[in-house]
Each structure stands twice: as structure tokens, then as C-alpha cells.
Design a protein around this ligand. Structure first.
Ligand code: ATP
Length: 344
């Protein structure tokens, strides 16, 4: 189902939880709503579901306004973080629940539930009760239950929050595959950037009730439109007062006040002089710390009055704390008055 939201606003008393949000979602896409706690993600989800009435603005499904449709008439499936399975019902009955409410025939329910149990890979477990399942299995059942009535839109609110880290990673990949197989338009809320970037076709960054940016994870990382997005997604060096930043003085001096600079850690080359690709353009720095980060070294380096975080390949030698190094900045991104200017 194609979704459109126009000027969506929700006020609780004087407080705007969601303010003038606009977006469009194409059919079959998996969208991640990402942002800090209290930003308004759940409120947006609840308005799409019909559990909360917008103060103003419109929600359109397939081009038709649904503002006044009750939740049960919107064709939506839900998955919540706390599984929300019925404790006294078996896996089979949990998945069958929505179909029973719809008064489907016994045979239809039976076939659909078995099909879903196979889809989620829990064959043979249909007679178990939720307490006899692992967290990951329970969440799979919650997913199957939400899908049973063939919803047009699937809403997932922090679906992996209650699950431990390893299973959570497996479930992410699993969810992505399931959703693309079923082809249902889906929106999930998370405050975990890694999760959003790994799972979603597109992410929407929500902060203080506003939509800061929407795009593929790579677009949003590569071309953040605001300093907030730059700081929230991925590791970054966000600097003000950068007139002395070596290699970019001419660009930066032309700029007016209120310029901020984003330099991603992978855009900074740090190392001993013989390692640096263009030593003439480099500046000097002092290593403040070096940390092993699984796939790279994370090096904190002091350059003049700035501290920068840089990434360094594991194939290179370890740098030592206190060591004098060369630092070369390959690219940076400027913001003026909190708006993106360009990438150098
Ligand atoms: P989290 O990640 O913590 O769940 P969120 O981004 O989902 O946060 P929301 O739950 O949408 O944020 O809340 C947005 C803001 O609206 C918060 O400041 C919250 O306190 C407020 N809010 C939400 N529901 C209500 C309500 N029913 N009455 C008053 N304020 C509310």
C-alpha cells in the first residue's frame, strides 16, 4: 500500500509531539523511523494506525484519506516490542486470532496458520505456549500473527528491543527477508541506528517532532541535511570555529559565521609520515587514544585545538598514544545556520 502524510501534527495540550511532518512511502518498502527518545516516532506510528487522532494534517492510503477510519478498518498489522502474545493461547491460536475475529472458516484458518508457521520456520511448535518459546521465537509468532489477516501495512514498534544482542541481529536479517518475501509495506520504529541502517530500504530521522531527513541509509549518511542528522547517524567529527583547519583554510575563511563542519572518521587519513598518500597537504597531530573496533582502529588525534576521531585500517601498524602523526583530511561537509551547504 502506498502511504502519504501531509502536514501531520499532533499536540498534547501546548506540546507539539509531531509537527508538520510530510512524507510519502512507496508500496512494498520497509521504512525505519529513527531518532532519539521522545522525538515523536511512536506518535507518528499511532496516528498511522488510527490509535491517535492528528491535531491537523492528513493521512492517505492509496491516495484516499483515512483520518477518520477506525484502526480495525485500516488494514494494518502490528508488532510490539513486548511480543504481546496471548499467554493462555498456543502458537496456533495466537496466529489464528485475527482470522477468528474476522470469522473466517475453520479450514481457511487452518491453512493460513500452517502456511505462516512454515514461513516463520516454527514447524512442529504450533501447540506450544508463549512461555515455552525463546524470545526470538515469540517475536516470530508475533510477526506471523500480525501478518495472518494479510494487512496492507505492517507497523512494528521497537520489535527487537526486548531481545538479546545476538538473536536480535539474526532476527533483523530474518525480518528483512520475510518482509520482502511477503511484499507488505512496513514501518518500524527504532532508536538503534545500526538496526535502521541494516534493515530499512529508507530511513526517516525524527527529532523533536520533526522529520529531519528521509532517504536510503547511504544517502542520509553521505549527505546529511542538518548537523543533527550528521551527528546522529554514524560517527562524526562536528566542529565549529574551523578557520584553521589545514588544507581547507581557503574554503573555510570565505564562510560567514555559524559555519559547522562535519568530517567523517573514514575521511581522515592518520598515520606515520611515510604512510600518508599526500604528505604536502597533511597537517600534524598527536595520537590521544587508539581503540580496536572489530573491523578497524579508531584513533583519536589532536590537531591544533581540535580532537578528531579517525579510522585506520587494521592492516596497518598500531599507532601509539602520544605519537606524533600526519593527518590528512580528504573531504568535509559544511553546514551554515544548521543547513547543509556542500561537500568539499
Ligand atoms: P521513544 O523512543 O522513547 O518511544 P518516541 O520518539 O517514540 O520516543 P513518542 O512516544 O512519540 O516519542 O513521544 C513524543 C513526545 O510526546 C514525548 O515527549 C512524549 O512524552 C509525548 N507524548 C506522547 N504521548 C503523549 C500523551 N498521550 N500525552 C502527553 N504527551 C505525550
Amino acid at each position: 500500500m502506498q502511504i502519504e502524510v501531509r502536514n501531520l501534527t499532533k499536540q498534547f495540550g501546548q506540546f507539539s509531539a509531531v509537527e508538520n511532518v510530510n512524507f510519502e512511502i512507496q508500496e512494498g518498502k520497509l521504512i525505519g523511523l529513527l531518532g532519539p527518545s521522545g522525538g515523536g516516532k511512536t506518535t507518528i506510528l499511532r496516528m498511522l494506525a488510527g490509535l491517535e487522532t492528528p491535531t491537523c494534517g492528513d493521512i492517505l492510503f492509496q491516495g484516499s484519506k483515512v483520518n477518520h477510519l477506525p484502526p480495525q478498518e485500516r488494514g494494518i498489522g502490528f508488532v510490539f516490542q513486548n511480543y504481546a502474545l496471548f499467554k493462555h493461547m498456543t502458537v496456533f491460536d495466537n496466529i489464528a486470532f485475527g482470522l477468528t475475529v474476522q470469522k473466517k472458516s475453520k479450514r481457511e484458518i487452518h491453512n493460513r496458520v500452517l502456511e505462516l508457521i512454515e514461513l516463520i520456520g516454527l514447524q512442529g511448535l504450533h501447540d506450544r505456549y508463549p512461555h515455552q518459546l525463546s524470545g526470538g521465537q515469540r517475536q516470530r509468532v508475533a510477526f506471523a500473527r500480525a501478518l495472518a489477516p494479510s494487512p496492507q501495512l505492517l507497523l512494528l514498534d521497537e520489535p527487537f528491543a526486548a531481545i538479546d544482542a545476538k538473536v536480535r541481529k539474526e532476527l533483523r536479517t530474518w525480518l528483512r527477508e520475510m518482509i520482502s518475501r511477503v511484499g507488505v509495506t512496513s514501518i518500524f520504529v527504532t532508536h538503534d541506528q545500526e538496526e535502521a541502517v541494516e534493515v530499512a530500504d529508507e530511513i526517516m530521522i525524527i527529532n523533536k517532532g520533526r522529520l529531519e531527513q528521509k532517504g536510503t541509509p547511504w544517502q542520509v549518511y553521505k549527505e546529511p541535511q542538518t548537523p543533527f542528522v550528521a551527528g546522529f547517524l554514524g560517527e562524526s567529527n562536528l566542529l565549529s570555529d574551523t578557520a584553521q583547519l589545514v588544507g581547507f583554510e581557503s574554503v573555510l575563511q570565505k564562510r560567514l559565521a555559524k559555519t559547522r563542519v562535519l568530517i567523517r572518521p573514514e575521511s581522515i587519513e592518520v598515520g606515520r609520515e611515510h604512510e600518508i598518500s599526500n604528505l604536502a597537504a597533511a597537517t600534524k597531530g598527536i595520537v590521544k587514544s587508539v581503540q580496536f573496533r572489530g573491523t578497524l582502529w579508531q584513533v583519536e588525534v589532536e590537531v591544533g585545538e581540535h580532537r578528531l576521531i579517525a579510522h585506520r585500517s587494521l592492516e596497518k601498524e598500531t599507532l601509539l598514544t602520544g605519537e606524533k602523526v600526519a593527518v590528512l583530511i580528504h573531504s568535509l561537509h559544511l553546514f551554515q545556520n544548521d543547513e547543509s551547504l556542500f561537500l568539499e
